[in-house]
Design a protein around this ligand. Sequence first.
Ligand SMILES: Nc1ncnc2c1ncn2[C@@H]1O[C@H](COP(=O)(O)OP(=O)(O)OP(=O)(O)O)[C@@H](O)[C@H]1O
Ligand SMILES: [Mg+2]
Length: 246
Amino acid sequence: MTGDGWAAVAVGDSDTSVYRRDGVFAKCCSTDGVRDLRGERDRAEWLAGTGLPAATVVDWLESSDGACLITSAVPGVAGTDLPPAVHTRAMQSLGRTLRDLHSLPDCPFDRPLASVIGTAEDVVRRGAVNPQFLTDEWRLLEPAELLAQVVAERPYVETGAELAVCHGDACLPNVFFDPESLAVTGLIDVGRLGIADPYSDLALITIQLHDEWSADPEPFLRAYGVPEPDRRRLEFYRLLDPLTWG
Ligand SMILES: Nc1ncnc2c1ncn2[C@@H]1O[C@H](COP(=O)(O)OP(=O)(O)OP(=O)(O)O)[C@@H](O)[C@H]1O
Ligand SMILES: [Mg+2]
């Protein structure tokens, strides 16, 4: 899709390709990915309609080769590009925005734990776990053993989970901020958005704040409203997530 002024965007680990031109981004996939990309389109449309900061869907192109989702470029900069001096304020802002997301009513999309674990089982069975997504400690074990840990913890996590609208891939490259006010300007990459345990988002964000920003996530958790999170639940979703990509 390069040419015609489209520039390839280098970041991204998924099977889709992302391009930029003027004020829009195009996320493109081959036929295998059309179902998922259509799902992302529907979620992006829904999220934009809630009034939370998000990209709007500008166009959808589909052919026998695949599909392209065109979205408006959200303003601001990705969380990964913020300087350390503003990290605390950005964490407070992110905490409030995530709380707003988790408080939205009437979401038509669902991301049940059973299907997420099903995805992990498939990735592990195919030997497709990406070791780069694992910690040193996890790399000492076989992916099947990691999956067994997840399965063993499932009853604990499923008991008492209070479900909410979750982003599903809540990481710093997927959250944009106004570099001055630190307000969140856009939640993007919403292909996994749906009703789930809010801890699935809290787990990914807090580990990213630690790994990417070397930050204590306390200001984020306080602004979110859970200053003392359930660590066992966080650990569960941290381990599950890397088993679902591949
Ligand atoms: N609407 C948008 N506004 C601003 N930036 C965007 C937008 N869409 C995509 N981008 C940029 O392109 C990058 C890749 O897009 P996106 O995250 O949707 O794709 P992805 O293939 O799922 O990537 P990843 O595997 O990193 O999650 C984003 O991290 C962001 O920098
Ligand atoms: Mg992304």
